[in-house]
Design a protein around this ligand. Structure first.
Ligand SMILES: N[C@@H](CCC(=O)N[C@@H](CS)C(=O)NCC(=O)O)C(=O)O
Length: 208
Protein backbone atom coordinates (compact mmCIF):
# COMPACT_ATOMS: atom_id res chain seq x y z
CA UNK A 1 0.00 0.00 0.00
CA UNK A 2 1.10 3.58 -0.71
CA UNK A 3 1.27 6.33 1.90
CA UNK A 4 -2.09 8.13 2.02
CA UNK A 5 -2.33 11.83 2.88
CA UNK A 6 -5.49 13.53 4.07
CA UNK A 7 -5.08 17.06 2.82
CA UNK A 8 -6.94 20.32 2.42
CA UNK A 9 -6.02 22.62 -0.45
CA UNK A 10 -3.80 25.48 0.67
CA UNK A 11 -3.36 23.99 4.17
CA UNK A 12 -0.34 22.60 6.02
CA UNK A 13 -0.80 19.31 4.19
CA UNK A 14 1.05 21.08 1.35
CA UNK A 15 4.21 20.62 3.40
CA UNK A 16 3.87 16.85 3.31
CA UNK A 17 2.78 16.83 -0.31
CA UNK A 18 5.84 18.88 -1.35
CA UNK A 19 8.25 16.85 0.78
CA UNK A 20 7.01 13.59 -0.76
CA UNK A 21 7.44 15.15 -4.21
CA UNK A 22 11.02 16.13 -3.37
CA UNK A 23 11.71 12.62 -2.09
CA UNK A 24 10.17 11.12 -5.24
CA UNK A 25 7.89 8.87 -3.20
CA UNK A 26 4.34 8.01 -4.31
CA UNK A 27 1.48 9.47 -2.31
CA UNK A 28 -2.29 8.98 -2.50
CA UNK A 29 -3.99 12.25 -1.63
CA UNK A 30 -7.50 12.60 -0.29
CA UNK A 31 -8.64 16.21 -0.29
CA UNK A 32 -10.96 17.34 2.49
CA UNK A 33 -12.86 20.64 2.16
CA UNK A 34 -11.80 23.30 4.67
CA UNK A 35 -15.43 23.35 5.91
CA UNK A 36 -15.13 19.62 6.62
CA UNK A 37 -12.06 20.04 8.86
CA UNK A 38 -12.32 20.75 12.59
CA UNK A 39 -13.77 19.02 15.62
CA UNK A 40 -16.90 17.77 13.80
CA UNK A 41 -15.05 16.63 10.69
CA UNK A 42 -16.67 13.56 9.12
CA UNK A 43 -13.68 12.46 7.03
CA UNK A 44 -11.01 13.17 9.69
CA UNK A 45 -12.63 12.49 13.05
CA UNK A 46 -11.76 8.81 13.37
CA UNK A 47 -8.19 9.41 12.21
CA UNK A 48 -7.56 12.64 14.13
CA UNK A 49 -10.13 13.81 16.69
CA UNK A 50 -8.81 17.36 16.29
CA UNK A 51 -10.04 17.27 12.69
CA UNK A 52 -6.78 18.71 11.44
CA UNK A 53 -4.68 18.03 8.37
CA UNK A 54 -2.13 16.76 7.61
CA UNK A 55 -2.93 13.17 8.47
CA UNK A 56 -0.69 10.50 6.99
CA UNK A 57 -1.70 6.83 6.88
CA UNK A 58 1.39 4.64 6.55
CA UNK A 59 1.56 1.54 4.33
CA UNK A 60 1.05 -0.65 7.42
CA UNK A 61 -2.09 1.30 8.37
CA UNK A 62 -0.53 3.31 11.19
CA UNK A 63 -1.83 6.87 11.49
CA UNK A 64 0.42 9.88 11.92
CA UNK A 65 -0.63 13.44 12.67
CA UNK A 66 1.57 16.50 13.39
CA UNK A 67 3.37 17.96 10.42
CA UNK A 68 6.85 18.00 11.95
CA UNK A 69 6.61 14.37 13.09
CA UNK A 70 5.43 13.32 9.62
CA UNK A 71 8.20 15.29 7.92
CA UNK A 72 10.91 13.95 10.22
CA UNK A 73 9.59 10.44 9.56
CA UNK A 74 9.95 11.20 5.84
CA UNK A 75 13.59 12.25 6.32
CA UNK A 76 14.14 8.83 7.89
CA UNK A 77 12.58 6.81 5.05
CA UNK A 78 14.12 9.10 2.39
CA UNK A 79 17.44 10.23 3.90
CA UNK A 80 18.81 11.36 0.53
CA UNK A 81 15.89 13.70 -0.24
CA UNK A 82 17.84 16.72 0.99
CA UNK A 83 15.14 17.94 3.36
CA UNK A 84 17.21 18.18 6.55
CA UNK A 85 20.84 18.42 7.60
CA UNK A 86 21.89 14.92 8.66
CA UNK A 87 22.58 13.94 12.26
CA UNK A 88 26.04 15.25 13.15
CA UNK A 89 25.92 18.12 10.62
CA UNK A 90 26.78 21.55 12.07
CA UNK A 91 23.43 22.92 10.84
CA UNK A 92 21.40 20.20 12.61
CA UNK A 93 20.90 21.95 15.98
CA UNK A 94 19.51 25.10 14.32
CA UNK A 95 17.34 22.93 12.08
CA UNK A 96 15.82 21.24 15.13
CA UNK A 97 15.46 24.55 16.93
CA UNK A 98 13.53 26.34 14.20
CA UNK A 99 11.44 23.35 13.19
CA UNK A 100 10.24 23.08 16.77
CA UNK A 101 9.73 26.85 16.93
CA UNK A 102 7.55 26.80 13.83
CA UNK A 103 5.25 24.05 15.05
CA UNK A 104 5.05 24.99 18.72
CA UNK A 105 5.03 28.78 18.52
CA UNK A 106 3.88 29.92 15.07
CA UNK A 107 1.53 27.17 13.86
CA UNK A 108 -0.77 27.21 16.95
CA UNK A 109 -1.58 30.88 16.37
CA UNK A 110 -3.63 29.71 13.39
CA UNK A 111 -5.56 27.23 15.54
CA UNK A 112 -6.51 30.04 17.91
CA UNK A 113 -6.96 32.79 15.32
CA UNK A 114 -8.60 31.06 12.36
CA UNK A 115 -11.70 29.78 14.13
CA UNK A 116 -12.32 32.25 16.98
CA UNK A 117 -15.95 31.11 17.29
CA UNK A 118 -14.59 27.83 18.67
CA UNK A 119 -12.98 29.58 21.64
CA UNK A 120 -15.42 32.45 22.10
CA UNK A 121 -18.80 31.19 20.89
CA UNK A 122 -21.37 33.93 20.38
CA UNK A 123 -18.85 36.69 21.03
CA UNK A 124 -18.14 38.01 17.55
CA UNK A 125 -16.26 41.18 18.60
CA UNK A 126 -14.05 39.30 21.02
CA UNK A 127 -13.48 36.68 18.32
CA UNK A 128 -12.29 39.30 15.85
CA UNK A 129 -9.94 40.68 18.51
CA UNK A 130 -8.61 37.17 19.15
CA UNK A 131 -7.90 36.71 15.43
CA UNK A 132 -6.13 40.08 15.25
CA UNK A 133 -4.10 39.40 18.40
CA UNK A 134 -2.91 36.10 16.95
CA UNK A 135 -1.92 37.73 13.67
CA UNK A 136 0.03 40.41 15.57
CA UNK A 137 1.79 37.81 17.70
CA UNK A 138 2.59 35.81 14.55
CA UNK A 139 4.14 38.91 12.97
CA UNK A 140 6.40 39.29 16.01
CA UNK A 141 7.44 35.64 15.72
CA UNK A 142 8.26 36.09 12.03
CA UNK A 143 10.33 39.19 12.86
CA UNK A 144 12.21 37.07 15.40
CA UNK A 145 12.90 34.48 12.68
CA UNK A 146 13.94 37.20 10.24
CA UNK A 147 16.74 38.17 12.62
CA UNK A 148 18.07 34.60 12.39
CA UNK A 149 17.46 33.97 8.68
CA UNK A 150 20.29 32.95 6.37
CA UNK A 151 20.41 33.03 2.57
CA UNK A 152 19.53 31.61 0.13
CA UNK A 153 17.90 29.24 2.64
CA UNK A 154 16.97 29.78 6.25
CA UNK A 155 19.89 27.67 7.43
CA UNK A 156 22.24 29.24 4.87
CA UNK A 157 23.55 27.08 2.04
CA UNK A 158 21.35 24.05 2.54
CA UNK A 159 17.64 23.72 1.78
CA UNK A 160 15.57 22.23 4.58
CA UNK A 161 12.05 21.71 5.87
CA UNK A 162 12.28 25.15 7.50
CA UNK A 163 12.16 26.68 4.01
CA UNK A 164 9.13 24.57 3.18
CA UNK A 165 7.21 25.89 6.22
CA UNK A 166 8.20 29.45 5.30
CA UNK A 167 6.87 28.89 1.77
CA UNK A 168 3.52 27.50 2.98
CA UNK A 169 3.10 30.12 5.71
CA UNK A 170 3.96 32.91 3.25
CA UNK A 171 0.48 32.33 1.74
CA UNK A 172 -1.33 32.63 5.05
CA UNK A 173 -2.11 35.75 7.09
CA UNK A 174 -0.42 38.27 7.25
CA UNK A 175 0.24 37.12 3.64
CA UNK A 176 2.80 37.82 0.97
CA UNK A 177 2.78 41.63 0.76
CA UNK A 178 3.47 41.85 4.50
CA UNK A 179 6.37 39.38 4.30
CA UNK A 180 7.85 41.23 1.31
CA UNK A 181 7.75 44.55 3.18
CA UNK A 182 8.51 43.49 6.76
CA UNK A 183 10.55 40.27 6.62
CA UNK A 184 12.34 40.39 3.24
CA UNK A 185 14.72 37.55 4.07
CA UNK A 186 11.85 35.19 4.92
CA UNK A 187 10.06 36.33 1.80
CA UNK A 188 13.11 35.68 -0.40
CA UNK A 189 13.35 32.16 1.04
CA UNK A 190 9.69 31.52 0.17
CA UNK A 191 10.23 32.94 -3.33
CA UNK A 192 13.23 30.66 -3.86
CA UNK A 193 11.07 27.69 -2.87
CA UNK A 194 8.39 28.76 -5.33
CA UNK A 195 10.92 28.39 -8.11
CA UNK A 196 11.62 24.74 -7.23
CA UNK A 197 9.73 22.57 -9.76
CA UNK A 198 8.60 20.07 -7.10
CA UNK A 199 7.10 22.96 -5.11
CA UNK A 200 5.53 24.57 -8.19
CA UNK A 201 3.59 21.37 -8.97
CA UNK A 202 2.19 21.23 -5.44
CA UNK A 203 1.34 24.93 -5.52
CA UNK A 204 -0.61 24.45 -8.71
CA UNK A 205 -2.53 21.44 -7.38
CA UNK A 206 -3.39 23.44 -4.28
CA UNK A 207 -4.66 26.38 -6.31
CA UNK A 208 -2.07 28.86 -5.05
N1 LIG B 1 -0.01 20.76 15.02
C1 LIG B 1 -0.59 20.46 13.73
C2 LIG B 1 -1.41 21.65 13.25
C3 LIG B 1 -2.18 21.33 12.00
C4 LIG B 1 -3.21 22.39 11.65
O1 LIG B 1 -3.42 23.37 12.39
N2 LIG B 1 -3.85 22.19 10.50
C5 LIG B 1 -4.87 23.11 10.05
C6 LIG B 1 -4.77 23.37 8.55
S1 LIG B 1 -3.31 24.24 8.11
C7 LIG B 1 -6.24 22.50 10.28
O2 LIG B 1 -6.47 21.37 9.90
N3 LIG B 1 -7.12 23.25 10.91
C8 LIG B 1 -8.46 22.84 11.16
C9 LIG B 1 -8.85 23.06 12.60
O3 LIG B 1 -7.94 23.20 13.47
O4 LIG B 1 -10.03 23.09 12.85
C10 LIG B 1 0.50 20.11 12.73
O5 LIG B 1 1.64 20.61 12.86
O6 LIG B 1 0.25 19.30 11.83
Amino acid sequence: MTHRLYACRGCGSMLVEAAFAKAGLPLDIIDVDWDDTGWDSGPLKTLNPLGQVPVLVLPDGAVMTESAAILLYLTEIAPDAGLAPPVGDAARPQFLRWLQFLVSTVYPTFAYGDRPERWLPGREDAGEALTEANIEHRKAMYRHMEAHAGAPHFLGAGLSLIDLYLWAMNHWRPRQAWFAAETPKLHAIAEAMRREPWVAGVAERNGL
